[in-house]
Design a protein around this ligand. Structure first.
Ligand code: 4GX
Length: 252
């Protein structure tokens, strides 16, 4: 899969996407990430990429021509590349969206700065707008990195064979159970005994119950959407009963 990032700050992408799992995916040729500096596509002597807004108001707006030229340049290589603009006005990014994008072969990620881009870029060149959440960043660069990271790890053989993206929380729509590794006792805080029992079916059941408990407490919205088995419902009933006894014991 290929990602072309259109940005005024290509340096921001050098380290974060080249470490660890994504670094190995690039080495193995599973993903290709290229940054294109929008400024290089400005034709005037000073390579100007922004200008004051028509109608007045504060700040600067990114000009249409350099962005049009860089997108047309990428599209001349591959007309089927999909152009995504990162903006708080876009569709909220999610695991489901990441999965959908992972079936594309070529994404163009447009990173805006200042007060945004000239509206005609959207009208003429943008296929899709994505927001990574309801907060305001200084530019679309970090949002593009979030999208690339979440999409890349869903590609076959990017995550090692020991771990499939399929098993993740959100795919089975529950939060994950708590994990422990050595030492057994850290400052008097011990690992739950069941995990040392060697009883694999009991361990699976404990983990499922902990995942349900955590989701019920922290993300009841996810629980409502989850596909629960009869066993899950039984465990949830136990969790509910247990929390009631705990409340009585606490004098709540
Ligand atoms: N999820 N930003 C875009 C420029 C901008 C300003 C005004 C449109 C209108 C963001 C996010 C995000 C900051 C990227 C502002 N564009 N992107 N940029 N949240 O905050 O994706």
């Amino acid at each position: 899969m290929r990602f072309d990032i259109l940005t005024l700050f290509p340096e921001m992408f050098s380290s974060p996407l080249r470490e660890s799992i994504l670094g190995r995916a690039i080495e193995k040729g599973l993903i290709h990430i290229r940054t294109l500096n929008i400024r290089d596509f400005a034709l005037d002597k000073h390579q100007i990429v922004d200008d004051t807004p028509y109608g007045g108001g504060q700040g600067m707006v990114m000009k249409v021509e350099p962005i049009a030229r860089v997108i047309e340049w990428v599209k001349s290589e591959n007309p089927s590349a999909r152009t995504i603009y990162l903006t708080p006005q876009g569709e909220q990014f999610s695991q489901e969206k990441a999965l959908e994008l992972s079936s594309s072969s070529h994404l163009i990620l447009l990173c805006g700065r200042y007060e945004g881009i000239d509206e005609r870029v959207r009208e003429l060149f943008v296929d899709e707008e994505i927001s990574i959440g309801d907060y305001v960043l200084t530019g679309g660069e970090l949002a593009a990195m979030v999208v690339i990271d979440a999409v890349s790890r869903l590609l076959p053989s990017v995550l090692g064979s020991d771990r499939s993206a399929e098993e993740d929380s959100f795919n089975n729509s529950l939060l994950e159970y708590p994990q422990f590794t050595r030492p057994f006792n850290f400052r008097g805080c011990c690992v739950p005994g069941i995990l040392l029992s060697g009883n694999h079916s009991a361990i699976s059941l404990w983990r499922r119950k902990e995942a349900l408990k955590r989701t019920w407490v922290r993300r009841p919205d996810l629980l409502a959407k989850a596909n629960l088995s009869d066993e899950d419902r039984g465990l949830l009933e136990e969790i509910l009963q247990q929390s009631k006894t705990d409340q009585v014991e606490d004098g709540a």
